[in-house]
Design a protein around this ligand. Structure first.
Ligand SMILES: C[S@@+](CC[C@H](N)C(=O)[O-])C[C@H]1O[C@@H](n2cnc3c(N)ncnc32)[C@H](O)[C@@H]1O
Length: 395
């Protein structure tokens, strides 16, 4: 059974489809087979029932990214995975509007999240996606959210768009992971990287959304690189080109309590010194934006090793940019000595974090044969190139 096709989507957009969606929504978390027969019992055909139930389930999952809008929007599974979170899209749109963008081309618009956020800032958007179903979903979303007057959706190859007609251009290219690991090959981007990288020469107000693993060397000259995390998870890199650039690098941390931004050159070096009583494990947005030195300055801290992004201080400093831990012990790494120490202290639970260590935490936990009622933190790292282990408390 196809999850959704352009034909099924157009049926979902009819009054009968709206009724099927309403029935599917009422069923909430019902067991799938029971839900399917309950929808069909209301006289709704099997295909439409299945499509409505799929949408209901995707809407449930999408609530995390889109909040209340999710109950009115349409989704495809891959589209939802790739979609920008609403709060990230809203911040981007506000920055584009503040820079004077009144019209924008959204190249590779996906489900239309960024186009919707821009339209809500009063920007007229020409949204383009090469995939017919995805483009149809984007159009349905613009309509469902009352923004069809500001958003036109075209199913086309982004490389054919006359971008010079717009004040701004935004591109969020699709990307396939090249091989394993976290390294992304920009050559596997679609539309192709060469096309994307040339956009700032054609439209000065260009913003790009890229995988967080993108190489800083790919930043166009003079552009700002921003790395964004939501709730401590790194979600994207954004390149702000031309007049949109304000600082060489920015880390933006979005948390339930508010947004914190750190800016800087991305090339500064932090002072190096001894391990202190407090360790700061910076948010991934700080690390990926190469702003560890700028962060260290905010807490008057130092690195224990020039290559490793752990910052130390002697006194505790509150910061939104890092997780702070109290350091109780610093030991050269020795499995035997560590096992003895943890036994003596009755430590049966360990939260292990590491930077610059090849040890595998799960294996180490097994090898330590932990026993006891107490919990502690363990940090595996290097100081002056030598493996060390820090025992930590939450501070
Ligand atoms: C990462 S998604 C965009 C997600 C979107 N920003 C959102 O928040 O929903 C990339 C999109 O680019 C589209 N795409 C890939 N190559 C394209 C091309 N050459 N022209 C137009 N669209 C393309 C894909 O179909 C996909 O929907």
């Amino acid at each position: 059974m196809p999850v959704v096709t352009p034909e099924l989507l157009s049926r979902l957009l009819t009054p009968a489809g709206a009724e099927a969606l309403a029935v599917a929504a009422e069923l909430g978390d019902a067991e799938p087979l029971a839900a399917a027969s309950a929808v069909r019992a209301r006289g709704i055909g099997a295909e439409l029932a299945a499509a409505a139930l799929t949408q209901a389930s995707l809407r449930g999952r999408a609530a995390m990214k889109f909040g209340p809008d999710a109950t009115r929007m349409f989704f495809t599974r891959p589209g939802l995975e790739q979609a920008t979170r609403a709060e990230v899209a809203a911040r981007r749109a506000a920055r584009l509007a503040a820079a004077g963008a009144r019209s924008m081309a959204d190249l590779g618009c996906g489900l239309g999240t960024d186009a919707i956020a821009a339209a809500r800032q009063g920007i007229r958007v020409h949204a383009v996606d090469a995939d017919p179903l995805t483009a149809a979903v984007a159009a349905a979303n613009a309509e469902a959210l009352g923004l069809a007057g500001l958003i036109t959706v075209e199913c086309a190859d982004a490389t054919t768009v006359e971008v010079e007609r717009y004040d701004a251009v935004f591109a969020d290219p699709a990307r396939r992971q090249a091989g394993r690991g976290r390294v992304f090959d920009p050559k596997s981007y679609s539309p192709p990287w060469d096309f994307v990288a040339a956009l700032p020469d054609r439209v000065p107000l260009t913003a790009l959304k890229l995988a967080p693993g993108i190489d800083h060397a790919l930043l166009p000259p003079g552009a700002e690189g921003e790395w964004v995390s939501v709730g401590g998870d790194l979600v994207e890199a954004a390149f702000w080109c031309g007049p949109l650039a304000r600082e060489p690098r920015r880390a933006t941390l979005i948390k339930p309590g508010g947004v914190s931004e750190l800016t800087g050159s991305g090339v500064a070096a932090a002072p190096v010194g001894p391990v202190g009583a407090y360790l700061y494990d910076p948010d991934p947005a700080v690390v990926r934006s190469h702003l560890v030195a700028e962060f260290a300055a905010t807490v008057d801290g130092r690195l224990g090793d020039p290559e490793i992004a752990y910052v130390y201080t002697d006194d505790p400093v509150d910061t939104p940019f890092a997780r702070r831990l109290g350091v109780t012990d610093v030991l050269p790494f020795s499995l035997k000595k560590l096992r003895t120490l943890l036994r003596e202290r009755g430590i049966g639970r360990l939260e292990i974090r590491k930077r610059g260590s090849a040890l595998v935490p799960d294996q180490l936990r097994k090898d330590l044969r932990l026993a006891g009622p107490n919990g502690a933190g363990l940090v595996l790292t290097r100081i002056d190139g030598a493996p060390v282990v820090l025992i930590t408390t939450t501070a």
